[in-house]
Design a protein around this ligand. Structure first.
Ligand SMILES: N[C@@H](CCC(=O)N[C@@H](CS)C(=O)NCC(=O)O)C(=O)O
Length: 118
């Protein structure tokens, strides 16, 4: 089972590489404003998880430089479980006005990013 999952993961990464979406280019002053906002965000993810790939592709299409953290490794793994509440990826950590939110579900994350940055 591990081998099958590993193999499928490599196929997903290969297809993602071949069909890498075009990164949105903004004027540098606009990008700086967006970069300042996305510093408050972090994506907990696994490299070859299809749902994480889907979110990373959406981030790229929108030109969002959001930190990606490997949730298979500590300390990110334990932070995700202890603070987010679930050992599930992708999960977007959102810092807003001193409050931290943990957003699970790839579709919800993508629609949040679309609404906030489109
Ligand atoms: N419906 C979720 C599915 C996410 C999901 O199933 N993620 C898997 C990795 S691909 C996961 O975190 N499973 C729990 C685990 O690996 O511990 C989404 O769209 O984000």
């Amino acid at each position: 089972m591990f081998i099958v999952r590993w193999f499928l993961g490599r196929i997903i990464l290969l297809l993602n590489f071949i069909f890498t979406p075009k990164k949105l280019k903004r004027p540098s002053d606009e990008q700086s404003v967006i970069d300042a906002a996305t510093q408050q965000l972090a994506l907990y993810q696994y490299k070859a998880c299809p749902f994480c790939v889907k979110v990373r592709r959406a981030m790229r299409r929108q030109g969002l430089n959001i930190a990606t953290l490997d949730a298979k490794q500590d300390p990110h793994k334990s932070t995700l479980v202890d603070q987010g509440g679930q050992a599930k990826v992708p999960c977007l950590r959102i810092e807003e006005d001193g409050v931290t939110r943990w957003m699970y579900e790839s579709s919800e994350i993508i629609s949040y990013l679309d609404k906030r940055f489109a």
